[in-house]
Design a protein around this ligand. Sequence first.
Ligand SMILES: Cc1ncc(COP(=O)(O)O)c(C=O)c1O
Length: 404
Amino acid sequence: MNAPEKPSLLSTVELAPRDPILGVTEAFNADQNPRKVNLGVGVYVDDNGKVPLLECVKRAERQMTEKQSPRSYLPIDGLATYDREAQKLVFGDGDIVREGRAVTVQALGGTGGLKIGADFLRKFSPYAEIWISDPSWENHRALFEAAGFKVNAYPYYEPATHGLAFDRMLAELDRVAAGSIVVLHACCHNPTGVDPTREQWQRIIEVVRRRGLVPFLDLAYQGFGEGLEQDADVVRRFAATPGPLFISSSFSKSFSLYGERVGALTVVAASKEEAARVLSQVKRVVRANYSNPPVHGGEIVASILGTPELRSQWESELAQMRDRIKSMRQGLVERLRARLPKENFDFVLRQRGMFSYSGLSKDQVQRLRNEFGVYAIDTGRICVAALNSRNIDYVADAIAKVAA
Ligand SMILES: Cc1ncc(COP(=O)(O)O)c(C=O)c1O
């Protein structure tokens, strides 16, 4: 008798669950409604609904084409000018940069910065647990779990006030074990748009440091909230207190370079000598992951940040994106006020960045989709940047009808 055939390796692989956000876009694409609007996206689009190609990027690319540089490998930690400029963007000209206590490596987007940081932490703090906000960017949990950590969530969003669950957040952080790693959104919280105030940040910094927790700041939207300096404020305040600090920067949104995978990991150490040891180990992590980062996007960002003319053009293009989002927030709230005078949507004005937890329930989100072809995430998250001068009245009408 033949032995029963063993199942082959791949025959036992189960279908992974669909990404909920990509699922929304797929449903949107299949919708025949000519007025349909996709508020589920996670990218900035301009008033024409297009991902912009910034003028400063075009100019930097033209210069690169003319130079015709060979495409050799970059160093493991990336382009030196990129790392230096990325670090200056985070800290300004502060003491940290002068003292050489921070090390920065070019990474594959903000995700890459988080991943390199996660692998490094797993090596040097294997028993620590991770704490992320509830809710958080959905990849935070997956990414830290994939690095081998147990991931917990601290309270963050308070549905009743559409604001921060500040007291509960602080109380939980005051309870977690010393040495735990706390992931904090430095600005423009994804998905809620709710950021702590300056005073609330002060208390958070105080608890994190007093309890000996390790802050890992996710800085994916620098420049999308209030401005480049203001959005880095909390990072600088953390850096001014003793203790290690991890920062993942993303340039995907701020340069509209999503597909170039441009980001960075910065680690602040106690001294220049400690920083050098940390860098040597971070480089080992990079080497074992993807060896070294790609040239093209890195050169674009380094050249824009390092050339005064391009830099000032970038800052003004970034300000235009930021201002457009703010005017769409304002426009949406004004329209909802006019249509639903008894409801209060002012919380949308207090939120920052591309996203808003709109307060819409799952049922209301379904109705928006089925009756109006307006696509949001089931949690009620909408991308404010997907609103424009042509669709904002239609969206406000639709929301007013399902929320009435
Ligand atoms: C909070 C947060 N962190 C990190 C990222 C990842 O950024 P990147 O596309 O540069 O990897 C995102 C992207 O949406 C994000 O929202």
